[in-house]
Ligand binder design. Structure first.
Ligand code: APR
Length: 246
């Protein structure tokens, strides 16, 4: 049984009084659903695979089949898991505060499946597929590896943001605005190593928000967090909601 960290009463008050709450999540929030993180020393994807071979435009150019098959495997695994208590608690938090935005780095779609609506996906979504040339979203595709776009015949690719690619402009702008305007900024399950997403908590702190980190271990973001709630998101975030709203 994992111990629930103590929730400071001043944080409970801050959450209850908040006009706007913003959240940034990473792979750690989906870990309890069985989705591997990226940088966990043993189980992380990048401990087993080289991101330069699988998650860059050059890698896709070099070996489209390898990249397409790897993402297809991940897509199937994501379809086979379910949101966990952290996802549901964040969807619940959205309904309990006047203003809210959840910005996720996760491409697994689990936040939306848990009922989150005020949600932006900074790194895209693995369940979506688009053309690598005309960017048209494909509703269906052939069994080829990779399949081709029906409009321009270029290869289809997962609608995720690879290294060296820009984030979706709307999602990034919404996440930045929420960081500037929020009273409480919760950063959960991210190592804070990938930019520009990792910059958002510092922007929120700079704008006067109370920054809360939810992570079993310390990260570079711990230095700017007012509260460091050490524990799994599936335990800590429900505990935070119970303390503030039950
Ligand atoms: N609850 C909360 N945090 C957890 C849990 C858990 N149950 N399990 C692990 N963590 C933490 C780890 O301690 C780590 O700090 O989640 C973090 C996961 O970090 P990463 O694997 O680096 O994932 P993330 O920060 O989301 O990666 C950012 O990098 O590879 C790219 O595009 C990919 O979106 C991804 C980005």
């Amino acid at each position: 049984m994992t111990d629930t960290p103590t929730i400071p009463s001043s944080l409970v008050d801050a959450l209850r009084d908040a006009r706007f709450v913003a959240v940034l999540t990473g792979a750690g929030v989906s870990a309890e659903s069985g989705v591997p993180t990226f940088r966990d020393a043993q189980s992380g994807l990048w401990a087993k695979y080289d991101p330069r071979e699988l998650a860059t435009p050059e890698a896709f150019e070099r070996n489209p089949k390898l990249v397409w098959d790897w993402y297809s495997e991940r897509r199937a695994k994501v379809a086979a898991v379910a949101p966990n208590l952290a996802h549901f608690a964040l969807a619940d938090l959205e309904r309990r505060v006047p203003g809210f935005l959840l910005a996720t780095q996760n491409v697994d779609g689990l936040h939306a499946r848990a009922g989150s609506r005020k949600l932006v996906e900074l790194h895209g979504n693995i369940t979506r597929v688009k053309c690598s040339r005309c960017h048209a979203i494909a509703d269906s595709w052939s069994d080829a590896s990779p399949p081709r776009c029906v409009a321009c015949n270029a290869y289809l690719r997962p609608d995720v943001v690879w290294f060296y690619e820009l984030l979706p402009a709307d999602a990034e702008a919404a996440a930045e605005q929420a960081a500037r305007e929020c009273d409480v900024y919760i950063v959960a399950g991210t190592s804070g190593e990938v930019y520009p997403a990792a910059e958002l908590p510092a922007r929120a702190r700079h704008a006067g928000a109370r920054v809360v980190e939810v992570n079993p271990t310390a990260t570079p973001l711990s230095a700017i967090a007012h509260d460091k709630l050490r524990g799994p998101a599936g335990v800590v975030i429900p505990a935070l909601l119970r303390a503030a709203f039950d």
